[in-house]
Design a protein around this ligand. Sequence first.
Ligand code: WTA
Length: 675
Amino acid sequence: MNKKWNGLYYPTKDFQKQANLNNKKIYKQASKDPIAFWSDLAKKELFWQEPFTETFSNKQTNFGPEIKWFSGGKLNLTENIFEHNISQSNSLSLRGGSQADEAIPTVEIASGSALAMTKSKVALIWEPENPDEQTKKYTYEELLSEVNKFANALKNLGVKKGDTVGIYLPIIPEIAISMLACARIGVVHLVVFSAFSPDALRIRLQTVKAKYLITADGYYRRGKTINLKQNADLGIENTNIEKVIVVKRAGNDIIWENSKNFWFDELTKNESNICPPEKMNSEDLLFVLPESGTTGQFLPIIHTTGGYTLQAKVTGKWVFDIKDGDVFWSTADPGWITGHTYSIYSPLLNGITTLLFEGAPDFPTTDRWAKIIEKNKVTILYTAPTAIRMFKQYGAESFKNCDISSLRVLGSVGEIIDAPTWLWHNKEIGKNKLPIVDTYWQTETGAIIITSLPGIGPTKPACAGLSLPGVNMNIFDENGKPCKNGVEGNLVMLPPYCPAIVRGIFGAPEKYKNVYWNLYGKDVYITSDRAIKDKHGIIKITGRADDVIKIAGRRITTSELESAVNNHPEISESAVIGIPDEIKGSTPLVFATYRGVKNKDEVTKEIEQEIKKSMGPIATPKKIYLVHELPKTRSGKIMRTLLKKLYFNENLGDISTLSNPETIEAIKKQITTNL
Ligand code: WTA
């Protein structure tokens, strides 16, 4: 962005001219009748096997609203990626099924230019961690062929429409192939982040009673081989998993159980590459993705087919200004929602090339990302502020020998991007001309809901931007009244919400109602974020209203960390708080009461190990304080806010409600002496 006026940044004339959305009238047009707006888009953008009959409904039930988009319609997400995108003349040999001879509508980009799509266009580029290992590329034709073969293999194993399959894979092409194969045959996928522990895998598989798991023998992380199969074997104990499909990636030694284990390659080797897309109702489940929620609740979030497919597609087109030749790199792991929507579904629905990278951003050298951009001529880079802060710390010098001039749009997601980092990004990566889209959304919203559009603006550093056209976000005070401009309140979404909004919590309908719909009445969706709006309508996210902390963009609740700490036999209770961190955004600080039997250093180390094991190394606490008692109110509530104030040496205010004020001095001493 180079045009700066009054603290706001606007797109360059050149960018604006060519942008898919460049007229701010779209906001007015959408808000006049958002339901009609989404209905038109759904008809124009998606290929429906059967047309929908009702655009939106919102029936109140005892368990909260039953939201439906595009009822009566039938579609398949993968058909929208492959057959719909591949031009008619090229597509016939791949279609299969009953629709082989139907005309395929041309995809119109919002600006009016048609997408020149062929089956030989590259759909997926995969960069391995080791730069000396070969990059893999799949054309749309090849990817569909792999997806169909694996979909047929799943069917032959006994997987049926409506079943749920667990996917516990590193960032390798098979993760995309597996997700797409599930969507092809109407199987619900549940992806579990590969760095999660066996316990984290188990609870997820148990929730959905999955009978099948797709995993790998191992993968590489900073040059080391991680034995994923071993974690999977432990994680499936006490679950319903009957069959485990294993991708050969690292060639490490694994324990093999003939009756239960199947090599991915062997299963697919002789399968047909034709598999007709299953007819899915718009509201049929597409995937479940468990997330951390308010007060440590475990929330397996449900997404359905029609609404998600539409929002994933159009947000890509609008927010990243997706064009025919784009190479889209979303650095998120497909184990998280950003990886689902923008590493896989959105770019493929828009018929462009997506890039997946197996490794860490600065391994083996700090210019690794820049080299990948240069090599693959990446045009859109979507990442988290934590990565940008890391590169800022390394300095622009660290990649000065790489040509990153292919970039045309930069995106950020997952946490607040502070102004100094935004400004560095704008100058050093954006060269003061590329648009930066700070995108706000949640696992629950499925796709972006707040951002400044790159061809329209304005953009304000450290602020997400405006509600997306067709989405009505607002900020409410404690009484449910809209806050005045500049006043902080709770960020909410009002009807008709967005097409990809969460449809429920798997197996726990009461949580769906209690977490999202219980504060301001049955129609108001609660994001659990705090925010402020300025006079232009630009929304700035100020932080979470609950105990969720974002560590390096990953969503973790303090109570989840506390339960990991409390696993230690020396610990009776603990309090975890999130404190600012220069790189990770937030980092945990642990206060735990211990019995004093074992050596303190040993206990600290063991707690650290326990946290790493259950939540991954990213959650390693900045410091663990082993204390005798935690400050509590007379009703027994641990005063976490007080701990934060103590840590930052702030005024504690009134502490007369504490049942044990003497703990304050003791903890203060520990903090100052760093014990
Ligand atoms: C936070 C990630 C500030 C927010 C897509 C939200 C953000 C939570 C932004 C969801 C942003 C996401 N600015 N905060 N641009 N984007 N968040 O489910 O607290 O992993 O509620 O989805 O991340 O995290 P989740």
